[in-house]
Design a protein around this ligand. Structure first.
Ligand code: FMN
Length: 332
């Protein structure tokens, strides 16, 4: 991990970020606890154009919290390194974004959509959908010279009575955000119902900045169809990639108009073992194993023998034993 440093700011330094084009892009969504360095690397290897970090506390970065610092460090595939911050104080977010840029980030995403209580009660995440003035002040703080390249991620509103999609698109465009991602559910909906793609596409067609869509894109045809809609610059894939990081290659094959692509069982097994190896290298045996088990439960979903494997999973105490048992599932 790189040491955390805060370099003095200068205009040319800030502007050295390469321009990032969003057109026709497949992006790994930020997933707290999941879109870590090993998983981002795996998804990039299967053709994700970008992969956003887990959300990182702006306050944590500014006050030197070790966990936040570890989350911030770029991995080998993080080019560009797109880091998501959450917070509610414009100056703390500005300071955190400066720290992020000085430590390898190329682009900062502002989390204005997380509906989780722990985040919302601090005025961050989706709470900002109820406070557009504060959301605007945060964007203004990043936009002031030397400007920090940023994107915004929202839901359509706090609840159905307070839609803010168009308002936030206008705010983001006004403050020079490079793109806005929307998961078209309200915050109070959490993950229930369906993502309202009609609503998102209607707003995207008229938007003055690139719009990225996120929500319920589980299959390659769903992702490609969304990407081909007018005004949709890119799509983010979240839950669909769990146990299926090769979803990006499946989407890419469809986008290129070929016959489609499905991974062979051998490639799946090789990928899963590689994921385990990277988790162990990143977190060590104990934490690595905990995380590996979580991913394995997704990897074997739908396979014959999966239920028996899953019931054994939590009793297994080493990578070697786990991998052996996993190979058994693949050999049928
Ligand atoms: C486990 C989990 C963690 C998430 N963490 C974040 C996060 O840290 N930041 C964020 O903006 N969205 C987060 N999201 C929302 C996703 O980025 C995405 O917008 C949402 O899940 C809809 O896409 P999907 O249907 O493809 O999963 C999370 C979602 C899940 C399921």
């Amino acid at each position: 991990m790189q040491p955390l440093c805060k370099q003095p700011l200068s205009d040319p330094g800030m502007d050295s970020t390469p321009a990032i084009a969003f057109n026709d892009k497949l992006v790994l969504a930020p997933l707290a606890g999941l879109s870590d360095r090993p998983f981002r690397r795996l998804c990039r290897a299967f053709g994700a154009d970008f992969a956003v970090s887990e959300m990182i506390s702006a306050k944590g970065l500014v006050y030197g919290d070790r966990k936040s610092r570890i989350l911030l460090a770029p991995g080998p595939s993080d080019k560009p390194h797109w880091v998501q911050l959450f917070g509610s104080d414009p100056e703390i977010i500005r300071a955190a974004a400066e720290i992020a840029l000085a430590n390898g980030a190329n682009l900062v995403d502002l989390n204005m959509g997380c509906p989780v209580r722990k985040v919302v009660k601090t005025g961050a995440g989706a709470a900002l959908l109820k406070d557009p003035a504060r959301a605007g002040a945060i964007m203004r703080a990043l936009a002031r010279a030397p400007a920090i390249p940023f994107t915004v991620k929202i839901r359509t509103g706090w609840d159905r009575s307070r839609p803010v999609l168009e308002l936030f698109i206008a705010l983001a465009a006004n403050f020079g955000a490079r793109a806005l991602t929307c998961h078209p559910r309200t915050a109070t909906q959490m993950f229930s119902g369906r993502a309202d793609w009609l609503r998102l596409l209607k707003a995207a067609r008229r938007a003055p900045l690139p719009i990225i869509g996120s929500g319920d894109l589980r299959e390659p045809d769903e992702a490609v169809k969304a990407l081909q809609q007018p005004g949709m610059a890119a799509v983010m894939l979240g839950r669909g990639t769990l146990g299926r990081p090769w979803l990006f290659r499946e989407c890419r094959a469809l986008l290129e108009g070929g016959p489609g692509w499905r991974p062979e069982p051998g490639l799946k097994l090789e990928t899963i073992l590689k994921h385990g190896k990277w988790l162990r290298a990143e977190y060590g045996e104990k934490t690595g194993l905990l995380l590996y088990r979580k991913h394995l439960a997704w990897y074997v979903r739908g396979m014959p023998g999966a239920a028996a494997f899953r019931s054994r999973l939590f009793a297994i105490r080493s990578f070697a034993e786990l991998n052996q048992s996993l190979a058994g599932v693949f050999q049928g």
